[in-house]
Ligand binder design. Structure first.
Ligand code: ADP
Ligand code: ZN
Length: 217
């Protein structure tokens, strides 16, 4: 099962991916995460990508595509994956069509105000990548991951200015991408404006809907 998660920054792709990867036993491959790892490892790719990322701009296609191809060749990605952060443009979508055959595209629709509120409080685990939110989904112990007990951090590009820019870039690119996958009849839209987590049962509000959708693929 090869699934693309499309959505603005803060739409909830990462949170859903961390649930879906457990349900389906396929990896979550995020191009943003691959880049952040390259930066942490101080590779040449990482050094080249950092300025673009901190400015909320796209990293050049050659860099992203090389990183992605390398990741897709790994053992755990042979039965499928949840692809997050790629493609961002119609050009990238066409390149991807030549690499793998996508089964479904889940598009998360979110308003800008919701995105700003979510990303302002976003906390990410340094160890396992799990996502928390200081307001809506706090960890049990402040600053520490519930799952692996590593430290939580805030992304350096989660500032209001950069988020606004990333959101606009997303809006500028989404229509042709949406058309591309609609024409292939594999696009599923999900309203992601409501808060993701039900405070009582901590089940994702829309998760059932997504799982039902996927089961029909
Ligand atoms: P978000 O969706 O919150 O902006 P990501 O983690 O997906 O965050 O991406 C962070 C940054 O990494 C982007 O702002 C961009 O600079 C770079 N990036 C990630 N994926 C791509 C891509 N497919 N093409 C170009 N740049 C990318
Ligand atoms: Zn963790």
């Amino acid at each position: 099962m090869k699934i693309i998660l499309l959505g603005a920054p803060g739409a909830g792709k990462g949170v859903y991916a961390s649930r879906l990867k457990k349900t389906y036993g396929i990896p979550h491959i995020s191009t943003g995460d691959l880049l952040r790892k390259a930066i942490r490892d101080k590779t040449e790719t990482g050094l080249n990508a950092k300025t673009y990322m901190d400015n909320g701009e796209f990293v050049p296609d050659e860099i992203i595509i090389d990183l992605l191809k390398e990741r897709l060749e790994q053992e755990d990605a042979q039965n499928g994956m949840l692809l997050d952060g790629f493609p961002r443009t119609i050009e990238q979508a066409k390149i991807l069509d030549e690499i793998i055959k996508i089964s479904a595209v889940l598009k998360f629709d979110t308003k800008q105000e919701v995105v700003l509120r979510r990303l302002g409080g976003r906390l990410i685990c340094k160890g396992c990548g799990e996502i928390f939110n200081s307001h809506k989904l706090p960890p049990k112990q402040e600053g520490i991951c519930d799952h692996c007990e590593e430290e939580l951090y805030q992304r350096s590009d989660d500032t209001e200015e950069t988020i606004t820019k990333r959101f606009k870039t997303y809006e500028d690119q989404i229509n042709p991408l949406e058309e591309h996958y609609k024409n292939k009849d594999i696009l599923y839209s999900i309203d992601s404006n409501t808060d993701l987590i039900c405070p009582e049962c901590t089940v994702l509000n829309e998760c059932k809907k997504i799982l039902d959708t996927i089961s029909k693929i």
